[in-house]
Design a protein around this ligand. Sequence first.
Ligand code: FES
Ligand SMILES: [Fe+2]
Length: 410
Amino acid sequence: MTMMQNFTGQKGGAHGGLAVSLPAWAYSNDELAELEYERVILPSWQFVCHISQVRNPGDYATLDMKKDSILVIRGKDGTLRAFMNVCRHRAAKLLDGTGNCKARITCPYHGWSYDLGGELKAIPAQQTFPGVEKDKLGLQPVEMEMLHGLVFTRVVPGGPSLRESFGDMANLLTPYRLDEMVPAGAPWIDSWNCNWKIAVDNNLENYHVPVGHPGYHRMLDSDLAGTINQHGVAHSISVLKEKPSSNWAERMYQKMAPEVLTELDPETRRTWLFYSMAPNIGIDIYPDSFDIFQILPKDGTSCIMRYPVFVRPGKDATDNGRARRVVQYLNQRINRQVGAEDRELCERVQLGMSSHGYVPGPLSNYEHAVVDFHNRIRAACPVAAEATAPAAGTVRQRNEALLTERRTAA
Ligand code: FES
Ligand SMILES: [Fe+2]
């Protein structure tokens, strides 16, 4: 008997019927990451930008994912629309980052140009395209929806709307007046050396907070369980502790946030709200700012972290906004540390996943959102539930076979 068989043999008895994580191979397989991108990420709502970035005609923002880029742009008529960010001629990517493109979107390759509503308006040397039907070559539209000033798009249409997905949970966002915030800068983009699901798993539970994030533990009373709805939108609430933290930045934040952000009600000034939205988005909401934690698959063992931060602007009566900038600075200092801790923990898990003989352990009741996420993965990619990896090059095929089996059985 090999060592692996021996370990696998222990599975079951030790877990008392509790749910277990996805198998280790599913956290390091390039082919599965590809499938998950297509079957889990593309049919889901993805954050593109904040309303403040696309207020005027011609304002645009883009989102780059594994294989796709999306463009959100405000038309001359004042309507916000979303398109695939790709030229209908020979596929050049049209726009980067954020900005304003006045009256036209002009392709940087051969100069095809589209109006702000996505219609193709001009083709250089059009006579060399005899019979071309410009009206059929507009940019390809994408579903778009806004919630509390946050603009999301969905490449593969269908499924619940964003509003439906959040349900009543959207009401908790209201006191934070997210639509009044402005970007702190361009989104921070980084690559983590872990499968995207490891970073999502980590984002879906607070069980690791007392040990993994000593700073949070010093300054916040965290709800370790949180709440999740049937659409995979979850949230947990953390409240600033009365007892001052032993760390100066945390202590200053505890003191200043409730004093400074006077346009919010006293309870909101003390409360941090952590949202997650299946399959890959975290929304961390603070009285002074918020950030989005968007985890995008790259390959089997690495992911892209897109992390835009938005801050509450405004002048305070006595100091012209200096105090709120201090609060925001303290917040970013605290959360940079937490981000570094999460990254270290996730990359540490990735190392363990390939450890000889590792089989997934049981999940706590505090990890119920992780169980929900894994069930979503299993539903979209049933191959991810297989105990061992299919042979190289056959993951997609095996997944198709399992989907067919499931359809036949239904
Ligand atoms: S690819 Fe855009 S004009 Fe040719
Ligand atoms: Fe964490």
